[in-house]
Write a protein that binds this ligand. Structure first.
Ligand SMILES: [Zn+2]
Length: 504
């Protein structure tokens, strides 16, 4: 649009003025309706065109503003009868807005400290889209979050205080109705962003966060001395109508923008088996030294994480067993929680991961029923909590030879109630308590040729400490296998052979 085309006040803009669209006309008319001297004051203070609309307008802040360039907005805002002032006014593009610090001017510093400027909202959205795509996420809907430096809010309140002081008697300064810089940016770019990302916008599990921060605190004029801050505070408290140079923090550089994408955790469920007596359930490192040769957590999580291109994972199991206890039977339920997954593996690739773990050379751990369960993890955890009974096979050593009457007396004990104080070996991580547990049944299997050993099959309430039940834990578990047999007894090897859920 040439200078001759600049419309005079009150003109109904038409094609001759370059106002080709309805939205242009609406913005033009809105610009002409703003309080002229307030507009002039704000522009001369260094407030940008879109912030002027935000702070002075009584109309709702509109998406239309995103398609009109800052320089055109400037022309429409400048009073039409003051050709000279309009011509001499500093081009807006050379100044960073003292309130939004460039955010609503669609200007920012990129990662290489290069200033990036967009003319309109759709161009800006395209740049944001490029940054989002670099993160490599798969998504079909997103939530948009914006954060801006506190200077934006501080300077805005200084400017509003100034406006109120000067114009409040006219009743149009309604600071409580003003849209924030963050929300204004969303109004300006969200529609274009949806189109360029090809995704819906909702409160989805995938978030795009635009973080604007002050380019550098060491930048010229960007830092504020304590004295200046105090002075500014005093001015604000006094409701000073004079907008002095010290009333706001001067910033001469646009904010730097970084784009972060975050996917809410996704969950996978399954059941695991542990075939080794030298594998811990979770990664276990003491003083830089690994306990055991691997962990269930790492063998499973370490295979799922790369398939999701996630940042990290957490392993949750329904209960636990000691490092030297195998987990057999139907396996123990577990969940893998993956943070910031960029993609979700198909059931096909989950089956391949399962096969890879199950067919590994060392056969330390096995997996079954591996599946994606979205974020409905809590049903699974409740299932874990409902775990009621566990079956074990224990190889037991006793201090005297096993007799026939021992077999009868052990097998005859049904629903045996025992009291267990928190075992000495776990006192460092569990609070000392006394719990009642039930041994539902026991069966003894003799070992050929070794009368001091026998195989004990037992079914207990979940949460029973089996090793302590056998050796008695210095009298802390009572009764115990040792007290029943009247001699020392120890577990040599232990396997979990089944985990039964509450309702199964
Ligand atoms: Zn601004």
């Amino acid at each position: 649009m040439s200078d001759e085309a600049k419309p005079s006040p009150g003109d109904s803009p038409g094609l001759s003025n370059g106002l080709v669209s309805d939205s242009d006309r609406r913005v033009y008319q809105a610009a002409r309706s703003l309080h002229p001297s307030a507009v002039k004051d704000l522009l001369s203070l260094g407030v940008c065109e879109r912030c002027v609309f935000r702070l002075v307008s009584v109309e709702p802040f509109d998406f239309d503003l995103s398609s009109v360039s800052a320089s055109t907005l400037r022309r429409w805002l400048d009073s039409g009868d003051d050709e000279e002032a309009a011509a001499s006014s500093e081009p807006s593009c050379s100044r960073v807005c003292i309130v939004c610090l460039g955010v609503l001017q669609f200007v920012f510093s990129d990662a290489r400290q290069t200033m990036v400027r967009s003319d309109c909202g759709s161009d800006y959205a395209a740049r944001i889209t490029d940054l989002v795509k670099q993160e490599g996420h798969e998504f079909d809907s997103f939530g948009l979050e914006v954060s801006v430096p506190s200077t934006v809010m501080e300077n805005e309140s200084s400017v509003l205080l100034y406006l109120k002081g000067k114009y409040n008697s006219e009743g149009w300064v309604q600071s409580e109705k003003i849209i924030s810089v963050k929300d204004a940016l969303k109004v300006l770019v969200l529609e274009s962003l949806k189109a360029s990302l090809g995704a819906k916008s909702d409160s989805s599990s995938f978030h795009i966060r635009l973080t604007y921060s002050k380019a550098s605190d060491g930048a010229q004029g960007a830092s504020e001395t304590t004295h200046e801050r105090k002075k500014r505070k005093t001015d604000e408290e006094n409701g000073s109508t004079c907008m002095s140079e010290n009333s706001f923090q001067k910033v001469y550089e646009p904010c730097s923008l970084s784009v972060h994408c975050n996917k809410m955790p996704i969950f996978f469920s399954g059941r695991y088996f542990k075939y080794s007596r030298n594998v811990s359930q979770t990664r276990w490192i003491i003083d830089d030294e690994r306990m055991g040769e691997a962990s269930v957590e790492e063998l499973i999580g370490g295979n799922i994480l790369p398939a999701c291109l996630g940042d990290s994972y957490k392993f949750h199991a329904a209960g636990r067993e000691d490092i030297d206890v195998r987990m057999l039977g139907s396996g123990r339920p577990f969940l893998i929680e993956v943070q910031n997954a960029r993609k979700c593996p198909s059931q096909q690739s989950l089956t391949e991961i399962e096969e890879k773990i199950n067919n590994s050379e060392k056969k330390l751990v096995g997996v079954k029923d591996l599946k994606f369960i979205g974020s409905q993890c809590w049903a699974m955890m409740r299932e874990g909590e409902a775990e009621k009974q566990k079956q074990y096979a224990a190889l037991v050593w006793m201090a005297r030879p096993l007799e026939e009457k021992d077999i009868d007396s052990i097998s005859s004990l049904k629903e045996l109630k025992i009291l267990q104080k928190t075992p000495v070996r776990v006192l460092h991580r569990r609070s000392p308590l006394e719990r009642e547990r039930t041994i539902h049944w026991m069966k003894v299997e003799k070992m050929k040729g070794s009368s001091n050993y026998f195989l004990l099959h037992l079914c207990t309430q979940a949460g029973t400490y089996i090793k302590e039940f056998v050796h008695g834990d210095l009298g802390r578990t009572s009764p115990s296998m040792g007290s029943i047999l009247g001699c020392r007894a120890e577990i040599i090897q232990l396997d979990v052979t089944d985990v039964k859920m509450g309702d199964s």
